[in-house]
Design a binder for this molecule. Structure first.
Ligand code: 2BA
Length: 109
């Protein structure tokens, strides 16, 4: 069994959750924050059998788009000076950042 963590953009999260449920995957959706943009994104936790991992990855890939996002200047006042960005920068935020981990044990009580 494997645990899939997928960090996706908020705009894709409802579509992805619907597609996962339609394809009989069980998933948990968490509100998360990207360290670089410091803006909201969504992290899915999906536990699935090894043989269904490729299908889950396809569902994620098919339902998440990469987009350009503007990083606004951030004042270092009261914040961390090493994260200061002095001018707007466009970054491409990926459709999904996915980690696949082995599950040692799975219990439901
Ligand atoms: P953020 O950390 O807010 O990053 C948003 C986008 O900013 C990234 O898109 C990337 O294009 C850019 N970016 C991030 N760090 C950068 C840096 N040091 N210099 C220049 N550009 C940088 P993605 O790579 O598609 O990542 C989207 C979100 O996925 C990230 O949001 C973060 O929440 C998560 N993520 C990405 N890689 C991760 C990792 N190795 N571990 C944990 N979470 C990760």
């Amino acid at each position: 069994m494997k645990l899939i963590f997928a960090v996706v953009q908020d705009q894709d999260s409802n579509r992805l959750m619907n597609a996962l449920v339609e394809n009989n995957f069980r998933a948990t959706k968490l509100a998360s924050t990207g360290g670089f943009l410091k803006s909201g994104n969504t992290t899915f936790i999906i536990g699935t059998e090894d043989i269904r991992v490729e299908k889950a990855l396809k569902v994620i890939k098919d339902n998440c788009k990469s987009r350009e996002q503007l990083v606004a200047p951030v004042s270092p006042m009261g914040g961390n000076a090493d994260s200061y960005i002095p001018y707007p920068v466009e970054v491409e935020v990926g459709g999904a950042t996915v980690f696949v981990l082995p599950i040692e044990q799975f219990h439901q009580y």
